[in-house]
Design a protein around this ligand. Structure first.
Ligand code: SAM
Length: 284
């Protein structure tokens, strides 16, 4: 086994400015060396939740003044942080992953840039990207749309708005809302492949790709726990060009024969009865 040489982390103070620091999304081993160095050398850490940040810093053996920050703080508080960047190095972290991505930081980063403060990013884990890499969905172009709205109509409206977008779609989701979102996607974006990545980098990490009905059947039987990235493949034009046998084989992994035939019929425009007969053959 090769030995991993842990470089020594310098502790001298950092130049003043804003440091946007990504932290792990589950597995603490995913913290980068630059993130540790930045947190060890900064003057203060601006964070979403001081308890979460305190625990994380304790794990790294680092003690720093913690400033609670979210984008809803009043302008005076934000201005005070921006002013402090003239002579202090402030690291911005969120509870997990990359700040500003469905997390606080956008307004602070914008204000810091507008004020001409020095700023840099210390990139690392982001659940949206990690989920996409696991999904098997096209990753050359994608649209990240944050959390789906909670209300049924707003969720439907957003999915309808996104229906012409010819790329993979990425959403953040929670366990209790997953079934409703799957049903809405199945209805508004029929014939699309869907992927659900759960608990990424954690003990119970799983990723499933399939059609809506199959995934709903699975998660009905195994209620999803933990954090979720929900992804939708591009419109079926791509699927139409795919081999119907490949689509049937994929669908049969999670669906009954009749459901698989109906889905592939929807996606390809081919005759459902013929697809049913072919699915029977493939199943044998
Ligand atoms: N800033 C974070 C990032 O870079 O991914 C996202 C913060 S957002 C408030 C939290 C959401 O991200 C969760 O509800 C879930 O949808 C997703 N998420 C975060 N960690 C995850 C994980 N380990 N597995 C799956 N999804 C995760």
């Amino acid at each position: 086994m090769p030995t991993i040489v842990q470089p020594e982390i310098p502790t001298d103070p950092l130049p003043a400015g804003l440091y946007i620091v990504a932290t792990p999304i589950g597995n603490l081993g995913d913290v980068t060396l630059r993130a540790i160095e930045t947190l060890a050398r900064c003057d203060a850490v601006a964070c979403e939740d001081t308890r979460v940040a305190g625990k994380f810093l304790k794990h790294l053996g680092i003690t720093k003044p913690l400033w609670r920050y979210d984008d809803h703080v009043d302008a005076k508080t934000r201005d005070a942080i921006v002013s402090s960047l003239a002579d202090k190095a402030v690291a911005l972290i969120s509870d997990a992953g990359t700040p500003l991505v469905s997390d606080p930081g956008y307004r602070l980063a914008r204000a810091a840039r507008d004020a001409g403060r020095s700023m840099t990013t210390v990139p690392g884990a982001c659940a949206a990207i990690a989920g996409l890499t696991l999904s098997g969905l096209p990753s050359d172009r994608f649209l990240f749309a944050g959390f789906l709205p909670v209300k049924d109509k707003a969720r439907r409206d957003l999915l309808e708005e996104l229906s012409p977008v010819d790329t993979s779609l990425i959403f953040y989701e929670t366990g209790p809302r997953l079934m409703k979102s799957l049903a809405a996607i199945d209805e508004v974006l029929p014939g699309r492949e869907i992927a659900v990545a759960r608990e990424i980098t954690k003990l119970h990490e799983e990723c499933r790709r399939g059609m809506g009905a199959g995934l709903m059947a699975h998660f009905d039987a195994h209620p999803p726990k933990g954090e979720i990235v929900l992804m939708v493949g591009p419109p079926p034009e791509e699927a139409c060009q795919a081999d119907p046998d490949d689509l049937l084989r994929e669908a049969l992994k999670t669906m009954k024969i009749s459901q698989a035939a109906a889905y592939v019929a929807k996606a390809t425009g081919l005759d459902r009865k013929q697809l049913y007969a072919r699915a029977m053959e493939l199943k044998e």
